[in-house]
Design a protein around this ligand. Structure first.
Ligand code: ZN
Ligand code: FE
Length: 257
């Protein structure tokens, strides 16, 4: 039952890179390194040696630092087997149900297609930590570049089923903008109003709104609530409309919001 320490590094406009350190073994991973320099700086400051890169998907703002970091540290890239051709420098290929060991800390791999066809998420149960890239955001979800609404809704439900105390470490700081849309969907959602106030305070101080808890997301994120009658009604459908259709309409509206 080994826990990891998580360091959050904001880069580019709104990306988050995460450094994961398992203290017993010293194993250290970086999740979705968009860039190289800030990662090397943080590693040096912590005196950690990078052993792995964990990629959630192939987009450049999640893999841009792969090759340089391999050169600097000799680390091994862990990515989706389904996407091995698009993950730069991939060394360990993983898929649904696989367990990846970062030293003594176990991570389960989920396939969560929708944003891209090969998107995966890493869940460290002993640390209650989920790294979900651009699938689930706080108060939102990723755009459907390579998947159908049905696929994305299935992927999001998979993540929604994790324990309530799970900390959601996503790929971007999009929470405030997502919240402006969410507020239009569920005007009377008290949990959403509480979260929006919290987000406003954090952003005013320049602090991250991430991680979010899965409990809060279940209560406030409309994209995890496509099977709620209130959300169906908000997009002009019957309360018992099929969640696939409700989700598709929500995503469509957000795309043009
Ligand atoms: Zn992406
Ligand atoms: Fe991204």
């Amino acid at each position: 039952m080994a826990k990891i320490v998580v360091e959050q590094i904001p880069v580019l406009t709104d990306n988050y890179i995460y450094l994961l350190h398992e203290p017993e073994s010293g194993a250290t991973a970086v999740v979705d390194p968009a860039v190289t320099e800030p990662v090397l700086e943080h590693l040096a400051a912590k005196n950690w040696r990078l052993t792995h890169i964990l990629n959630t998907h192939h987009h450049g703002d999640h893999t841009g630092g792969n090759i340089d970091l391999i050169k600097h540290t000799g680390c091994v890239v862990v990515g989706a087997a389904r996407d091995s051709e698009r993950i730069p420098g991939i060394g360990i290929e993983v898929g649904e149900g696989d367990t990846f060991m970062l030293g003594a800390a176990a991570a389960m791999v989920f396939e969560v297609p929708g944003h891209t066809s090969g998107h995966i998420a890493f869940w460290f149960p002993d640390s209650h930590a989920l790294f979900c890239g651009d699938t689930l955001f706080s108060l939102g979800c990723g755009r459907l570049f390579e998947g159908t609404p049905e696929e994305m809704w299935r992927s999001l439900k998979k993540l929604r089923d994790l324990p309530a105390e799970t900390l959601v470490y996503c790929g971007h700081e999009y929470t405030a903008a997502n919240g402006r849309f969410a507020r239009l969907v569920e005007r009377d959602n008290q949990a959403l109003h509480v979260r929006l106030e919290q987000v406003e305070k954090l952003r005013a101080k320049g602090r991250p709104t991430i991680p979010a808890t899965l409990a809060d997301e279940r209560a406030a994120n409309p994209f995890l609530r496509a099977d709620m009658g209130s959300v169906a009604r908000a997009v002009g459908m019957e309360p018992d409309a099929h969640p696939n259709l409700v989700f598709a309409e929500l995503r469509r509206r957000k795309d043009v919001f």
